[in-house]
Design a binder for this molecule. Structure first.
Ligand code: DX5
Ligand code: ZN
Length: 225
């Protein structure tokens, strides 16, 4: 029997003027992880938040902070995000010259390491590093913005990654990020996803809707089990 899927709301879709309250509200509404999208206006065409905001949000939830770094170079910022309170730190292979070293560094900071694959990045980018990571994030949109449509073709990559992970015998999470709603949530978990990121679908309707939003994502995702 598979373990229940984890829901990781992306605070990119929260009200930035009330971020602390938003994190508390989404935690109380049943989020498993809090997904933090960090963008640098260079690796991706948008700018968001840095370690100071992660640090400020840390007291608002005891749930794992799942920090998705869309920044290059990424290495100079790993320590700052670790100290700010990240639990999972996910990087893109294109964000530095030595992915293996970056993963080792995240581990040596006492954090779980993730590798994120853009839609055009092949699964082969995980060759020789998969055994070292705790999470693989398959992007189902091009990174940079919330509210984009789910790219169906990425489900094949989710399936291939999940199959490869299952052969390793280490509990590596398979996370899907971008365009996740109750319908695509179901398809992603059918393909083998264990963690679902949702921005728009988690935060739409404001705090009164968060519990139902998360339940709908979970329900969509767990009908099969
Ligand atoms: C995109 C981010 C995603 C995004 C998800 O670059 O990594 O986490 O915010 O937002 P939705 O669920 O709205 O696609
Ligand atoms: Zn993300």
């Amino acid at each position: 029997m598979r373990s229940p899927v984890k829901i990781a709301p992306s605070i990119l879709s929260a009200d930035f003027a009330r971020l602390g309250e938003e994190v508390r509200a989404i935690d109380e509404a049943g989020a498993d992880w809090v997904h933090v999208d960090v963008m640098d206006g260079h690796f991706v065409p948008n700018l968001t938040i840095g370690p100071a905001v992660v640090r400020a949000l840390r007291p608002h939830s005891a749930k794992p902070f799942d920090v998705h770094l869309m920044i290059a170079p990424v290495d100079p910022f790993l320590e700052a995000f670790a100290e700010a309170g990240a639990d999972v730190i996910t990087v893109h292979p294109e964000a530095g010259p030595h992915l293996h070293r970056t993963i080792q560094r995240i581990g040596s900071l006492g954090k779980r390491a993730g590798v994120s694959l853009n839609p055009a990045t092949p699964m082969a980018a995980l060759d020789y590093v998969l055994e070292e990571v705790d999470l693989v994030l398959v992007m189902s949109v091009n990174p940079g913005f919330g509210g984009q449509g789910f790219i169906d073709g990425q489900l094949r990559k989710v399936e291939a990654v999940a199959e490869r992970v299952s052969r390793i015998g280490k509990p590596i999470e398979v996370e899907v990020d971008g365009g996740v709603d109750p319908a695509t949530a179901r398809r992603a978990t059918d393909a083998g996803a264990t963690v679902l990121v949702a921005g728009t679908a988690a935060f739409r309707g404001g705090p009164d809707a968060y519990r139902a939003n998360i339940a709908a994502l979970r329900g969509g995702a767990e009908l099969r089990s």
